[in-house]
Design a protein around this ligand. Structure first.
Ligand SMILES: [Fe+2]
Length: 237
């Protein structure tokens, strides 16, 4: 299922990246190394992608057993890979809250589990390395704003308090809002991928997006949104 992703990974995620805020019609041009500036873009309005059910991610199948039965054997589907892009910075600080007081943007909590494809069980040693653009579609390439690394809890759960990223130009086309991840665990293949938000106006035209990586967007805490996604890693060897 990752064949198309692999081919897409060969694309360069370079181009002229220019900020295009979800909320702000930007002005002036800049490169991706500039922060918070960009040309006027279509934007998506200030209310975010909006609620509604979506395709979800590579989650856990099966349900609870009933009438004393054990229920179906849990099944997992390996999460799709997605391009790393040019904006990854290693050694980000250990934090799960990328949101900072006063930060513009629609707040969102992204939560879920990290599971192993073998047995579909939580990986308590998993590490998530997360990075994303700000509300204006710009990455912090100097510091570590909206970047963090952390370990899941003993049940394999994670929860990230952040904002929905803005759009930015990749070549002549805006990329949909997305959050980058590197998910690792001992004995498992490193997963580099991105998560997207249902309802984003650029989801349908983005050359990199995978339907399995689009999260449903529901109402969440702090007047913001909430999304869930379970990462499923493939064992090495
Ligand atoms: Fe990106």
């Amino acid at each position: 299922m990752n064949g198309s992703s692999d081919s897409r990974r060969k694309f360069l995620h370079l181009g002229t990246a220019l900020g295009a805020g979800l909320l702000l019609p930007a002005c002036g041009s800049s490169t991706e190394t500039n922060k918070g500036q960009g040309p006027a873009g279509p934007g998506s309005g200030g209310s975010g992608p909006g609620p509604g059910p979506g395709p979800g991610g590579g989650g856990v199948g099966g349900g609870a057993g009933g009438m004393g039965g054990r229920g179906p054997t849990p099944q997992c589907e390996e999460s799709d890979v997605n391009i790393e892009g040019p904006f990854y910075t290693p050694s980000a600080p250990d934090k799960t809250s990328l949101y900072e007081p006063g930060m513009p943007g629609v707040r969102v909590v992204i939560a879920g589990k990290v599971l192993g494809l073998d047995g579909c069980s939580p990986l308590e040693s998993a590490i998530l390395d997360v990075w994303q653009a700000n509300d204006a579609g710009a990455y912090d390439n100097v510091g570590f704003t909206l970047r963090g690394v952390f370990q899941v809890d003993p049940e394999g759960n994670y929860s990230i308090d952040t904002i929905i990223p803005g759009h930015y130009l990749n070549g002549s086309q805006y990329r949909p809002a997305h959050v980058h991840f590197k998910v690792s665990a001992p004995g498992y293949v490193l997963l580099t991928t991105q998560l997207y938000f249902e309802g984003d106006p650029y989801n349908d035209i983005d050359p990199f997006i995978e339907p399995s990586l689009i999260m449903a967007v529901n109402d969440g805490p702090n007047g913001g949104k909430a999304c869930t996604f379970d990462f499923v890693l493939r064992p090495t060897g």
